[in-house]
Design a protein around this ligand. Sequence first.
Ligand SMILES: Nc1nc2c(ncn2[C@@H]2O[C@H](COP(=O)(O)OP(=O)(O)O)[C@@H](O)[C@H]2O)c(=O)[nH]1
Ligand SMILES: [Mg+2]
Ligand SMILES: [Zn+2]
Length: 365
Amino acid sequence: MSNEKSLQQDNKFKHLSHLGWTVSLQEQLENIENKSLIPARVTGVRKKYFFINDGKEELLATPAGKLQHDTSSIYPVIGDWVMVRQTAIEQILPRKNTLTRGAAGMRGRKSGEYKEQTIAANLDSVFIVTGLDQDFNLRRIERYLTLVYNCGLSPVIILTKADLHEDPEHFVHEAKTISFGVPVHLVSAFNDSGLSELNPYLVHGRTCVMVGSSGTGKSTLINRLCGETVQATGEVSAHMGKGTHTTTSRDLIMMPQGGMIIDNPGIREITFWEIDQGVESTFPEIEEFAAQCRFSDCTHTHEPGCRVLQAVQDEELTEARLENYLKMKRELEYISERKNKSADRVEKERWKGVSMKIKSINKKK
Ligand SMILES: Nc1nc2c(ncn2[C@@H]2O[C@H](COP(=O)(O)OP(=O)(O)O)[C@@H](O)[C@H]2O)c(=O)[nH]1
Ligand SMILES: [Mg+2]
Ligand SMILES: [Zn+2]
């Protein structure tokens, strides 16, 4: 009987499977009290409203009053599964995962509450898109990798604008030296080279999100993969003299390959919020060296017997990569402190630490 029931339910939402509907989402429905609500996926985010897809059509929707007024409740983001009544979003289903960063403008800020910004939810891969023009920067790719790993997500590195170079392969080689097994794909939206390599990520029901600076070619790439213009690109918006569409909106696009891609305006600041094994996963070789340092609390900056500094000297590791590693470690430490305590307390303790140091120096004198 219960088997039969679940089968019926499966059939009921079969029309959502191309949007990524799963058995575990199906199970979530049992916790929803109001049985008249129907599930839909958030496919577009604008300033004050949303687009949702209920498997049949795309509709304009707004959050129901209680979502707007209850400050403790989360707000929908692109890729969310929501429960709707007509065009009112009543509830958000639990998220499988999210791509979340520190809110813009928070990096290095000493005061004020540290907040998060959830970019997208329910993802299968994150495309880190880099243009092979002045955008190419290994340190930035490392930052993106840390961000993605911290969120528990799977990164894929995409190097686009390959057509700008006669021999673009050496960028692939460089990217591979810092990414330890992360897939690296070389593509061009201008001559279509490498595009088919992306098809395996775009199979039925799977969701990818693109991240990267503005102007790296994300929207152009989506248009080429679609075979038609579905996203406004830098060229178009420059032509229209306004960048509004390309800068403020997020869209989940159904791809002819069967999956979905979330386009995303350029990220200006890669700040962290989730803190997991991001740095460790991005810099596995440094972690390995660090395990061989003489002191277990080695900071890899000046200590004798530091295996990490030895690696730099022996040219097994570049100084720039080590610097980036140390910088992110410090940032993440500071953020986790800030998340655990109020900013005020962190500041107070910092000054307390400084004054104690001064006292102990004075004593020695
Ligand atoms: N040469 C070259 N230029 C590209 C390619 N893809 C995008 N562009 C250009 O890069 C600029 C920014 O592209 P856009 O897709 O808007 O970037 P987005 O901000 O990441 O979405 C536009 O002028 C595009 O024409 C490519 O594969 N090759
Ligand atoms: Mg764009
Ligand atoms: Zn060390």
